[in-house]
Design a protein around this ligand. Structure first.
Ligand code: FMN
Length: 309
């Protein structure tokens, strides 16, 4: 199935702007969809279930008022111990017929049969071949490979290795994330065998993102070498910006889980995440301007002559 068959005719660029806790709100999602890429948000960004209902009502109205917008996606964490309101989030997704669900950590089987009932698509986010195999068996509509260098709970695998191995058994929609900051990289993923790019960190530094001005400044100042991998803050390995660790009152080269506990430092809220792609983020434009730039870069990269050609 082609990307357009699954994502509709309004997609202008094969990009999903990835869900980011405390960063992706409705302004960002709507700007992305209006500009022709899939916008998304984690259900957890709506603090209460009433808030989530309100967000989904607004997205429903947005879709009605913007018939040429690309579809939007909502992210649901499937692991019970990380999300105690998963059932209610899914019930709301069903009520509002959310067009695309991005599921992470857990078994998507039950979600897939439910979502297909209302015509929704399910994309499952994986960091290993084992989890990709299981998700493929669960009949998901797309696999999202989170590769090494990604923001948030990063994967470890090299994208070339990961894509090649998954393509040995998966012909369906393949979306790949990790350090994608420009249109050239989106095109490169297609050449490598993927269908769509999954872009997170690049969109932290946009006008519409909910990140604080200080978080955005640190993103603009940081290089790939300022991205620190640590399991300490959230309990699983994730990438954090060194300067945000300093700002939280820790020595980024010497801190323990105990220090984090004593100072009551919370992942995502007090220490901030971004992937290796941060080194090529130099401005914080509107999402519309950024997506127009991505379109130009992608078009230019697509005309690059091949070797010997
Ligand atoms: C600040 C931040 C918060 C994130 N929160 C979530 C989340 O709530 N759910 C999720 O599935 N992924 C989350 N991610 C991971 C992204 O969805 C995506 O996999 C990643 O940003 C892609 O890599 P990149 O940041 O290098 O582009 C987060 C990433 C960042 C940077």
């Amino acid at each position: 199935m082609t990307v357009q068959t699954l994502m509709g005719p309004n997609l202008k660029l094969p990009v999903i702007v990835a869900p980011m806790f405390l960063v992706s709100g409705l302004a960002l999602v709507q700007a992305c969809c209006r500009a022709g890429v899939v916008g998304s948000f984690p259900a957890a960004n709506a603090r209460t279930l009433d808030d989530l209902r309100h967000w989904l009502e607004q997205m429903q109205r947005f879709q009605q008022d913007n018939p040429t917008a690309a579809p939007y996606a909502m992210n649901i964490i499937l692991l019970d111990k990380m999300n105690d309101r998963k059932a209610e989030e899914l019930a709301l997704a069903e009520e509002f017929r959310v067009p695309v669900l991005i599921t992470s950590v857990g078994d998507p089987t039950a979600v897939v049969s439910r979502a297909h009932g209302w015509g929704g698509k399910v994309l499952h986010d994986v960091v290993s071949i084992r989890h990709a195999t299981k998700a493929a068996q669960a009949n998901v509509d797309g696999l999202i490979l989170v590769t090494g260098g990604a923001g948030g709970h990063t994967g470890q695998l090299n994208p070339f290795a990961f894509i090649s191995q998954i393509r040995e058994f998966w012909e369906g929609l393949l979306i790949v994330g990790g350090s994608i900051s420009n249109g050239q990289s989106v095109r490169a993923l297609e050449v490598a065998g993927a269908d769509m790019a999954y872009m997170g960190s690049r969109f932290i530094a946009t006008e519409e993102s909910m990140a604080s001005p200080e978080y955005k400044s640190i993103v603009l100042e940081s290089q790939a070498s300022d991205v620190v991998l640590s399991p300490v803050f959230s309990g699983v390995p994730a990438h954090y910006l060194r300067k945000s660790i300093e700002r939280a009152g820790l020595d980024p080269d010497n801190y323990s889980a105990e220090d984090v506990k004593i100072k009551n430092i919370k992942a995502w809220k007090d220490v901030w995440s971004a992937g290796h792609g941060v080194g090529s983020i130099h401005d914080a434009p509107s999402a519309t301007v950024l997506i127009e730039r991505l379109l130009r870069e992608y078009a230019l990269a697509s005309t690059k002559p091949v070797f010997g050609g």
